[in-house]
Design a protein around this ligand. Structure first.
Ligand code: AHG
Ligand code: MN
Ligand code: MN
Length: 331
């Protein structure tokens, strides 16, 4: 007998039917999966084709060389636009908000098409991360409130691909966080529900240790009091680091840089972007039983964005650690 694994597509179809929803979301997710596969193809073959170079430079054949970031952006924007289901997108690689089907679209998509670009030159894992919010559907277009930047608690789904590992994780609003793996036919299969482990045995800490002396005194104090308890891991791509955290539990943080020897290098708002990095992992983490706050202790998903490329500090992971940190940051 042949053994079949449930496909992602079938999983999602059943999810939509269970909750009496339309198939529009399937069309959107099909485009996102198609884009991820194409990014992965470029990534795998990039070094050979010269795609991993500097944007705007010329390769040995005299052709334009695009960076993987630009290639990934173009791929995602193309497939999303093709669905005709998307109102607007915010991409890390586009300064402005990109309008798609403003009249008939249903979804807003916020994405980082290539997360962890410093890994590209080494062929190490990168990510494609996205968050999705929906048009206010009662009645027709409702005016400006239908065209605004949403906070993370308004997302209906968020997910990420870790490229080129063939893993895809998707969280659905109040329906859990699920991981899929690409099979031999490059089909994502075998949904596994991800829940952060409660016992601290496997918990890991993840942050750029090179920045410690530039963190606030409160954060440094917390690190000094806690690092001995855990293992330490840092891939340098949020998608990759968070991928580990979802299995093992622990904490990923990107604190404010406030004590840099060169004050011009300080980043009081942190480095990561709210809409397509922090909200994505925070949404997934919440659906996996974890939590996320910024350096003021505000839940990440409650932050109301005022700018589409807004940055935020980020502390995301197992609930007991976030609770402990919340006290330490406020105290
Ligand atoms: P991106 O490549 O999309 O700009 O994101 C890089 C981000 C994130 O993936 C990672 O966690 C962080 O930057 C690493 O920053 P440091 O090099 O400062 O540690
Ligand atoms: Mn990124
Ligand atoms: Mn990026």
């Amino acid at each position: 007998m042949i053994e079949f694994e449930q496909t992602f597509h079938n999983f999602l179809m059943r999810h939509q039917e269970k909750y009496n929803r339309t198939y529009h979301f399937l069309i959107l997710m099909d485009a996102i999966v198609t884009a991820a596969k194409r990014i992965e193809l470029y990534y795998r073959t990039g070094a050979l084709k010269g795609n991993l170079g500097v944007a705007g430079s010329i390769n040995v054949h005299g052709e334009d060389v695009m960076t993987m970031d630009d290639i990934a952006h173009e791929i995602v924007a193309h497939y999303l636009d093709q669905t005709q289901r998307v109102i607007q997108v915010v991409s890390e690689e586009s300064e402005g908000i990109i309008d798609m089907n403003k009249e008939g679209g249903r979804y807003f998509v916020y994405f980082d098409p290539l997360d962890g670009s410093s890994n590209v030159a080494h062929g190490l894992p990168v990510g494609f991360m996205f968050g999705i919010a929906k048009r206010i559907l009662e009645g027709s277009i409702r005016g400006p409130e239908d065209f605004h930047l949403r906070s993370g608690h308004e997302y209906i789904a968020a997910g990420m691909f870790v490229i080129p590992t063939g893993t895809f994780t998707l969280a659905l609003h109040e329906a859990g966080c699920w991981r899929f793996h690409a099979d031999e036919t490059a089909t994502y299969v075998k949904p596994v529900r991800m829940t952060l482990p409660e016992e601290p045995r496997k918990w890991e800490l993840s942050f750029n240790a090179g920045n410690i002396s530039a963190f606030s005194n409160k954060v440094q104090k917390w690190i000094n009091a806690n690092t001995d308890k855990y293992k330490f891991r840092y891939i340098g791509a949020l998608a990759g680091d968070f991928h580990r955290l979802l299995s093992d539990g622990g904490l990923f943080m990107y604190p404010a840089i406030v004590n840099h020897p060169d004050p011009k290098e300080n980043r009081p708002q942190g480095k990561l972007r709210l809409l397509y990095e922090a909200n994505v992992v925070s949404f997934m983490c919440k659906e996996a039983g974890g939590d996320a706050i910024d350096e003021t202790g505000t839940p990440i998903l409650d932050i109301k964005p005022t700018k589409h490329h807004q940055r935020t500090t980020l502390y995301v992971g197992s609930k007991p650690i976030i609770e402990d940190l919340s006290k330490a940051l406020k105290g």
